[in-house]
Design a protein around this ligand. Sequence first.
Ligand code: XLS
Ligand code: NI
Ligand code: NI
Length: 436
Amino acid sequence: MPAFPEVEKIVYEGPESRNPLAFRHYNPEEIVEGLSMRDHFRFSVAYWHTFRGGGADPFGPPTAQRPWEGPEDNVENAVNRVSVAFEFMEKLGVGFYCFHDRDVAPEGSSLAETNRNLDTVVAALKGEQQRTGIQLLWGTANLFSNPRYVHGAATSCNADAFAFAAAQVKKALEVTKELGGSGYTFWGGREGYQNLWNTDLKRELDHLARFMHMAVDYAKEIGFTGQFYFEPKPKEPTKHQYDYDAANCINFLRSYGLTDHIKLNIETNHATLAGHTMQHELEYAASQGFLGSIDANTGDLLLGWDTDQFPTDIYLTTQCMLALMKYGGLAPGGVNFDAKVRRESFEPLDLFYAHIGGMDAFARGLKIAAAIRADGVLDKMLKERYGSWDSGIGAEIEAGQHGFASLEKYMLEKGDITPNTSGRQELIENIINTYV
Ligand code: XLS
Ligand code: NI
Ligand code: NI
């Protein structure tokens, strides 16, 4: 029995289509700048939101209608859910998915039983991967829901919580490898603090780094060659998360000797929670060589938390695609929809509308970004703006031929600087609008 009997395979019908269950812009085969849309995006569905989210909020219980869910969260139900998930992803036409260990299989009464549960579900996932060709973009471990992690996992004051988390990530790495996952993500979970009076910040950061080194070492030991990602988020659930933003994460990776192994997984709503734009986070991470993968979603300007909405803003997706294309794309990372339907959108069909909208928004962003790049106006303006560095004193400074003394001599002779030119922000904004 299909879980979504009313939905056929979603196909590209073009911008004029009024079919809500069709793509109007995402055409997987279409080639943009030499690469198919499918390969530009490597779209991924987030198992936790799409197949485990029920819409509960602090004011009320879940509202989502998920008729395939049994009364009990047991292994049988989890295995059945795997078929539902793959039916959904096949019909949607995405090539990848991501999960936390606990999204796919329930915890048992002991670690050993929990691991057995996971093995059973992983066998089902593997079967469906082979049947459909859909792949695991990245795996991760849920180190934040179980009360044992109340003070964090790798940064807990309780050494046993660290040890349990290590055992959990060991297993998560094994199953990620078993499923041929192309990456493994560390998101902070409860790695952070609520107040500094009871927190040994230095010790916690050292422990987090030690934990990551253990993961890298174990990956090597078992031959897992996927890319590790660190996912910045400034707050929530703790008031200060140690993976605050891209700059902070990169500093951490550099301080603790982890730069060879770990890149960043940048999430839109986390960027905005940190007081940045997604464009800033992507530019910053990529400029430092740490662009790995993205969690695509969006926040709400009027709400100050991680609302994880589906991205629909064409400006946002244009900015993302401009940044990604400038730095050579995402692979082996991808565009993972770490996004959930609203509590009020409780029907299974809403899951399709949400993903179709996100994929179409990214496809438009890609086409607009490609048009801007093809015209080269922005590039030209940027080049001109920095023209003073291409020859003369600028080129000499960049080549390392000057120090303060020689620059003082240069300025004493010249008297004052060549006049500045306008930044032309409004003109540039107008130009961008001609493409959108
Ligand atoms: C939570 C994070 C989480 C990670 C995976 O805010 O976005 O979903 O992506 O642990
Ligand atoms: Ni995320
Ligand atoms: Ni998030």
